[in-house]
Design a protein around this ligand. Sequence first.
Ligand code: GDP
Ligand code: MG
Length: 374
Amino acid sequence: MTELIILLIAIPVVLLVAGFGFLRSRASSRKSEVRSQIKDLRAQSEPAPINAARSVEEDISGGDAEVGVQDEAESSKPASFRERLSKARAGLSQAVGSVFSSDISDETWETLEEALIRSDVGIGTTTTMVSQLKKDAEANSITDPAELQARLAELMAEELADSDRTLKSSTDATTVWMFVGVNGVGKTTTIGKIANAEIQQGSKVLLAAGDTFRAAAAEQLGMWADRSGAGIVKGGEGSDPASVVFDAIEAATARGADLVLADTAGRLQNKSNLMDELSKISRVAQKASGEVTEVLLVLDATTGQNGLSQAKVFSEVVGVTGVVLTKLDGSAKGGIVFAIESELGIPVKMVGLGEGISDLVPFEPAEFVEALVS
Ligand SMILES: Nc1nc2c(ncn2[C@@H]2O[C@H](COP(=O)(O)OP(=O)(O)O)[C@@H](O)[C@H]2O)c(=O)[nH]1
Ligand SMILES: [Mg+2]
C-alpha cells in the first residue's frame, strides 16, 4: 500500500521535472553555447606556470602603484559575468527588481529610467528602451514582474546585438593589434591576457614594448611575456616607440610569429603629441611587414562618463576599431557599455573581469545583460 502511494506521487513528480528540464534546456541552448565558448576560453587561459606565483613587486623594484598582477591561485579562477559583476548587479539588478515588485504605474517607468541612467546607460538609450518596454507591457497587458524584467533584458541585449565584435587578423601580413588609452586603464595587463589566450589557441605572439616613457613599463610587459610564453621586443628608456614597434614587427615576420601586440604610453596631456605618436606608430607599422588590423582602445569601466570623453579624444586622433572595457568587476556602472556603443559607435570587443591572466572574456551581450539585470 505504502509503495503504491509513493509510486503515485513519484511518477507525476518525475514527469514534471523531466518536462521542465526539457523546456529549460531548449531555452538555454543558446546560452549554454555561449557559456561553453567562454568555458573553452577559460580552460585555454590557465596561467603558464613559469614565474606566475611571483608578485610583480619582486620583478620590478620600487614598483609603481599602477603595476600589479595577482598571484597564480587568484588568477586561475575562471571569470564569468555573473560571478564578477556583483557591483554592477547591485546597482541595476536590485533597482530593477524593486521597481517591478510593486504595481506598475507611471512612477515605475520613471524609477526604472533613473536606475538605468544612474548606471551610465545614457539618456537617449534609456528613454528608447523604457518607452518600448512600456509599450510592450501595455499592448500585451504584462504585469508579471519577472516577465517585465525578462523583456527589459531582451531589449537591452537587442540594443547591443548588431555590432561585429570579432578581432580581425591580416591574411597576407603579420597581424598587429595596437593598444591605446590613458595611464592605468589596464593596457599592459590586457595585452598579457590576450597574449596568453592567443598562445593557448596555437598562435605565436610577440609583444612590442611601445610604452618607452617609463622603464618599469617594459619590465611589466616582460613579466607578462614570461607568464604567457610570448616573445618581447623592447627599446631603451625614452627610445622612439614607433621604432620599437617597427623592430617587433620585423622580428615577428623573421621568426614566423602570427601576431604582434603593441603596448603604448598613455599620456594624454597634449593631444597633438599623442596624435603624432600614435599615428606615427600606426604608419610605421604599416611600412614594416605588418598590418594593423585592430586599434583597441582600453577603457576603465570605473571611470564612467569620464571614460567616454577619453574615448572621444582617442577616436578623434586614431582610428579605433574596438574597445576593451576593463575593471568591470569593480564597477557599479555597467551601463557604460551602452553609452560607448550608442554614442561612439565603437563595439566593445573584450571585457576585463579581474587582474588575473584568465580574467578577460569576449563581450557577449546576452550573457552580460542577463548578469546585469536578472
Ligand atoms: N580589477 C581589475 N583590475 C584590472 C583589470 N585590468 C587591469 N587591472 C589593474 O589595473 C592596474 C593598471 O593596469 P596596467 O595594465 O598597468 O594599465 P596601463 O597603464 O594602461 O598599462 C593594474 O593594477 C591591473 O592589475 C580588470 O579587468 N579588473
Ligand atoms: Mg602600461
